[in-house]
Design a protein around this ligand. Structure first.
Ligand code: F6P
Length: 354
């Protein structure tokens, strides 16, 4: 068993509801179960470039943060210590400052680090581990696209937010006989679009994993009209791949707007677009995410106590387990186009535009 007196904790990458719940659980169990000191590292690994910004986290510091969105530690999705970008004499310079980060952690008396983040943060954690930093990971992303865990915390809350939006769009779409496009997050995987689309009763769902055409979408609108449905709800993932007929267009606008315009032009129907954006990353975590985040936080502390460095906690078959970070990174969990959820959606008449 490693000799631990003090751990550091940081949050990296885009925020997700439940980060504070992980921090709270880790701090509480480290102090109450193991009598360790905990140091909060601000803004991902950036906090170790300026170690004086790090500070002790006490039980009092984490009191009341369970239902709070965001992260009390701050985060960044630009802070890779192996490729740290600065502007020097008006020029962008990229440096490897990982030695400085490791030295700062030692200077602060940190014996091990909990890194809470998505794929990018886990890659950094793995590289720091390879350089000798005792580190464990906690998987986070609203996109739910990390393969080593059945679910990431933050996804359930984002799904609730997106579903609530689709429900609200439903009533106005029906009243005005309009085609309503709702763009949701999902850079590489269509989980939020697929599940919010099903949960919100959408008629068309576009995801990065399934190629679609504007013509097929318009055919679906016409088919709905034939049986008396004059409105249509479409849920579109931000990461969809544009069909060949739209390939020459630049993605300077939200993709939902591009799809909305293309459908309006071809179908001559009235189309409105809502881009949900970062609203999906904010807000209070759902009970499911609070519980999962708490289990992950406690699991990460137990992993340190057991000397499981280089590992990441995960959920597998409803239990908290650990996998090597090396096996977890770089492998995306995407929607299976032939999978049961997609087949269930198709069975109830949902079109994927294909
Ligand atoms: O990875 C999570 C995510 O929410 C993606 O769905 C989205 O593309 C991205 O973060 C947005 O990041 P940013 O906050 O940098 O705009």
């Amino acid at each position: 068993m490693p000799n631990i007196n003090c751990i550091g904790i940081c949050t990296g990458g885009g925020d997700a509801p439940g980060l504070n719940a992980v921090i709270r659980a880790a701090v509480k169990s480290a102090i109450l179960k193991y009598k360790w000191k905990v140091i909060g590292i601000p803004d991902g690994f950036d906090g170790l470039i300026w170690p004086e910004r790090s500070h002790e986290l006490t039980l009092k510091d984490v009191s009341g943060i369970l239902p709070r969105g965001g992260t009390i530690l701050g985060t960044t999705n630009r802070g890779d210590p192996f490729h740290y970008k600065t502007i020097e004499n008006g020029q962008e310079v990229v440096r490897d400052i990982s030695d400085q980060v490791i030295a700062s952690a030692k200077k602060l008396g940190i014996d091990a680090v909990i890194s809470i983040g998505g794929d990018g943060s886990m890659k950094i954690a793995l590289d720091l581990f390879k350089k000798g930093m005792p580190i464990v990971g906690v998987p986070k992303t609203i996109d739910n696209d990390l393969s080593a865990t059945e679910v990431t915390f933050g996804f359930d809350t984002a799904l609730h937010t997106a579903t609530d939006a689709v429900d609200k769009i439903h009533t106005t779409a029906e009243s005005h006989h309009r085609v309503m496009v709702v763009e949701v997050m999902g850079r590489d995987a269509g989980w939020i679009a697929l599940e919010a689309g099903i949960a919100g009763g959408a008629h068309i769902i576009l995801i990065p994993e399934i190629a679609f055409s504007i013509e097929k979408i318009c055919q679906h609108l016409a088919a709905r009209e034939k049986y008396g449905k004059r409105f249509t709800i479409m849920v579109v993932a931000e990461g969809i791949k544009l069909p060949p007929e739209m390939k020459q267009m630049s993605r300077t606008f939200a993709v939902g707007n591009m799809i909305g315009d293309a459908i309006g032009l071809m179908s001559r129907k009235e189309v409105r677009v809502s881009v949900l954006g970062h609203i999906q990353r904010g807000g209070s975590p759902s009970p499911y995410d609070r519980i999962l985040a708490t289990r992950f936080g406690v699991g990460a502390v137990d992993l340190i106590a057991a000397g499981g460095f280089g590992k990441m906690v995960c959920l597998q078959q409803e239990s908290i387990r650990a996998v090597m970070i090396a096996d977890a990174v770089g492998k995306m969990k995407t929607v299976d186009p032939a999978g049961e959820i997609v087949r269930a959606a198709r069975a109830i008449g949902i079109s994927f535009g294909d």
